[in-house]
Design a protein around this ligand. Structure first.
Ligand code: PEP
Ligand code: MN
Length: 292
């Protein structure tokens, strides 16, 4: 942890935690993110069809998820990959909410789309590639919806907090931070889950922090164990990719769980969530700074 952070939060003062114990709870309907409950957001990487999404919505709701994820606008690594269904995808998400009662989180990539996506979504997701799109962050300041801000894959935690500050400065303090793995020299996993990000962020900021083990791992067999780790270090919830037939998914199938695997992960987590709930931030530990 950078020792300059010690008492110098000027670049992200609106999202910095000033007193022990004071936390933001982001409310979405009757769901409280950052309170006592561990909130799981689950669903496919991308909305592919009505059937795919509705089946997934029912399965994840039954397993205990409260929020349905699914991209209608997809930022793909290749321009030749599936780019998402756009407004048609948003309509399918709305239908899933009407049928299951799940809240909806979906990605927004450009300031021009903020208005239309805010009409359908309960939470606006900013992806790793957009974390420093300041025009987008500014537009989200006035969108009237909570924002799920994912960490840029090469961003430091300070950069993430600075982006959160831009949203807050523009009038929206309902922000959930998300650690989704960063790029390192390691190639065995798609990204490297920076598990320390959770206690660091929860100490420095009052915002809720969740973990996306799917994009961190890049492979489904690692997702449940990374989810355990997230719960134990005190994350406020998870964002997990789930698909009815992962091997046929149009995006991120390799890292997506099927319904049985998701159900099993949710049952397994019940042992680990109470451990994490007992954790508070520990400033005295992380402000050590020090030389490399
Ligand atoms: C996603 O959630 O499907 C996604 C594209 O995530 P990220 O921005 O973290 O890569
Ligand atoms: Mn994905």
């Amino acid at each position: 942890m950078s020792s300059q952070w010690n008492g110098q939060f000027s670049c992200f003062d609106l999202v910095a935690r000033k007193e022990r114990g004071s936390r933001t709870i982001v409310r979405v309907g009757d769901i409280a993110i950052g309170g006592h409950a561990f909130v799981v957001m689950a669903g496919p990487c991308a909305v592919e069809s009505e059937r795919q999404l509705l089946e997934t919505a029912e399965a994840v709701a039954l397993a205990g998820a409260r929020i349905l994820r699914g991209g209608a606008y997809k930022p793909r690594s290749s321009p030749y990959s599936f780019q998402g269904l756009g407004v048609e995808g948003l309509k399918i998400l709305k239908k899933a909410r009407d049928l299951t009662g799940l809240a909806i989180v979906t990605e927004v990539m450009s300031p021009e789309d903020v208005g239309i996506i805010a009409e359908y979504a309960d939470i606006m997701q900013v992806g790793t590639r957009s974390m420093e799109n300041y025009a987008l962050l500014e537009a989200l300041g006035g969108c009237g919806r909570p924002v799920l801000l994912k960490r840029g894959m090469t961003a430091r935690l300070e950069d993430l907090l600075r982006s959160a500050q831009v949203i807050a400065l523009n009038g929206n303090c309902d922000i959930v931070l998300c650690e989704r793995g960063i790029r390192t020299f390691e190639t065995a996993t798609r990204n490297t889950l920076d598990i320390a990000a959770v206690p660091v962020l929860k100490t420095v900021s009052h915002l809720p922090v969740i973990v996306d083990p799917s994009h961190a791992a890049g492979v489904r067999s690692l997702v449940p164990v990374l989810a355990r780790a997230a719960a134990v270090v005190g994350a406020d919830g998870l964002l997990v990719e789930v698909h009815p037939t992962p091997d046929q998914a149009l995006s991120d199938g390799v890292q997506s769980l099927d319904f049985d695997q998701f159900g099993e992960m949710m049952r397994d987590l019940q042992r680990f969530v109470p451990i994490g709930s007992a954790i508070e931030g520990t400033p005295e530990l992380i402000f050590a700074g020090g030389e490399a």
